[in-house]
Ligand binder design. Structure first.
Ligand code: SF4
Length: 302
């Protein structure tokens, strides 16, 4: 079956099964073509919470599909490739987090959504890259164990100097590979371009950027800016979103591809819808704890 036939069949199956496809900004272009909504982690969590569809096919990595299931326990949530994990989320275990909590008993735990359901359940509140500063500002605790992304935690600390942020030693390999030298070379090639960097980037990249933003913020900034050229320091799939939703603007990516994000392909989405694979389940007690942390984030964000 060619890709156009696959796309038609996917649309039919969505209607027949009352299914919706939610896709992260870092997905392949072919996934954008069949998605009902493409967005960042927070936007996707909101869509998952409000959809009336009976089945959610989640095109992203496992922790995102897990969050959709946690927010919609009565719905069937499918991920087209069950092995699409996240190396950053794997850098923390619930046992190691419990040890850190013993070291800092007064501290609140803020978990970036790029974490397992178990880690979310062990935390006080979740955040995304878009709302991390806002969430940490709004909670009353002055000491915060921020997990699992060190760069995002440090960036929150830079924005909230009165709070003591204790960052976890995790990072995203895609953002860590964006090097100062790449940025310098790109700046020489495109001297008038605005640099937008994701807060998961290393400090040296964040400091050199014109703006530090999550992926949703990058899109809003690019749309509203008078500038015509942008260098984008995040996963390269973001260019698809920016190119689709802006006109007469040029974007160049400084980042590479996330191998796990790119595991989701059109044939796998088709197979997922045809065979109800692969269903995401979360143990009830864990889901309850993680839901409390996710819903607290939603409440604090509104
Ligand atoms: S881009 Fe980084 S943080 Fe995002 S899913 Fe891939 S490894 Fe995880």
């Amino acid at each position: 079956m060619n890709s156009e036939a696959m796309k038609s069949r996917i649309e039919e199956l969505k209607r027949e099964k009352n299914a919706i496809i939610l896709a992260h900004n870092y997905q392949l272009a072919e996934i954008y073509d069949v998605a009902d909504f493409v967005g960042d982690s927070f936007e996707l969590a909101m869509q998952a919470k409000k959809t009336t569809a009976e089945i959610i096919v989640f095109c992203g990595v496992h922790f995102m599909a897990e969050s959709a299931k946690i927010l919609n326990p009565e719905k069937k949530v499918l991920i087209p490739d069950a092995s699409a994990g996240c190396f950053l989320a794997d850098m923390i275990s619930v046992e190691s987090l419990r040890e850190r909590k013993k070291e800092f008993p007064e501290a609140a735990v803020v978990a970036y959504v790029n974490s397992s359901a178990e880690v979310k359940a062990e935390s006080d509140v979740c955040c995304t890259s878009a709302n991390a500063v806002e969430i940490c500002r709004k909670i009353s605790e002055q000491q915060i164990i921020f997990v699992p992304d060190k760069n995002l935690g440090e960036w929150v600390g830079e924005n909230l100097p009165k709070k003591k942020i204790i960052p976890w030693e995790g990072n995203c390999y895609v953002h860590a590979k964006i090097l100062e030298q790449n940025l310098k070379t790109a700046r020489e090639l495109y001297p008038t371009a605005i640099i937008l960097a994701h807060p998961e980037c290393e400090k040296i990249i964040r400091d050199a950027a014109d703006e530090v933003l999550g992926t949703g913020g990058m899109l809003r900034f690019a749309k509203n800016s008078d500038a015509k050229e942008f260098l984008i320091a995040t996963e390269s799939g973001m260019l698809e979103k920016l190119n689709r939703e802006t006109e007469e603007k040029k974007f160049w990516s400084l980042g590479g591809e996330c191998l796990n994000m790119k595991k989701i392909t059109l044939p796998k989405v088709l197979s997922s819808l045809e065979n109800d694979e692969f269903e995401v389940e979360v143990v009830k007690e864990v889901a309850e704890g993680a839901r409390r942390s996710l819903e607290r984030m939603v409440d604090l964000s509104s």
